[in-house]
Design a binder for this molecule. Structure first.
Ligand SMILES: [Zn+2]
Ligand SMILES: [Zn+2]
Length: 200
């Protein structure tokens, strides 16, 4: 019942009254940036969301030769610095198209300051072709949107949710991402609303 209620009111969701900037980190397909932007606005009409014109270079320090991957935390820190220099945004969502990791995991889809003003998603493992799938760009963009909302939720202090359909559920693999919806469950919604009211 909680979940059903949650599904009925996403269009008036207040989470994205906050100003969000979408920031490309390195070379990123602009179609995806536009898709995530449109998705956020479409799902949450009150979103004040914009695509930032600057492109942040992928920090060279982030590359780990042994793993042939990039440190998520090093990239996130660059976004955090950017956010601190651009105070008009309540949250800056960095989008990168390299494979990212944290030391204790093989890979991650994203990372965020919890709570904080910086979030990061990687498109690398969201692409259907990564899994040999023939699905089109709509699937790709929807995955990116879910992970974006998830990481932005973390910036508001939200933790992982045990409900597998809630967007705050941890994605251990792309199957989890595909299973969950691009919405918060009622419990996460309430937490987010409280966090936003405290943003001032
Ligand atoms: Zn998470
Ligand atoms: Zn939840």
């Amino acid at each position: 019942m909680l979940w059903r209620l949650g599904l009925e009111k996403p269009t008036r969701y207040r989470l994205f009254v906050m100003k969000i900037g979408i920031l490309a980190v390195g070379r990123v397909d602009s179609e995806v940036l536009v898709g995530v932007h449109q998705g956020l606005v479409k799902t949450f009409p009150d979103t004040a969301c914009s695509i930032i014109k600057d492109v942040l270079p992928v920090p060279k320090l982030a590359f780990d030769k042994k793993r042939n991957q990039y440190s998520s935390s090093v990239i996130l820190n660059e976004i955090r610095v950017f956010a601190s220099q651009n105070e008009k945004f309540h949250g800056v969502l960095g989008v990168v198209d390299v494979d990212i990791f944290v030391p204790e995991l093989n890979y991650v889809f994203g990372e965020a300051c919890t709570p904080g003003r910086a979030a990061l998603i990687s498109l690398w493992r969201l692409k259907p072709k990564f899994y040999g799938e023939s699905a089109g760009s709509a699937v790709f963009v929807l995955r990116a949107l879910k992970e974006s909302i998830h990481e932005l939720g973390h910036t508001l202090g939200l933790k992982h949710c045990p409900r597998s359909l809630c967007v705050m559920h941890f994605s251990n693999s792309i199957f989890d991402t595909d299973k969950k919806q691009s919405l918060l469950c009622d419990q996460c919604y309430l937490q987010a609303a409280l966090a936003i009211s405290n943003l001032g």
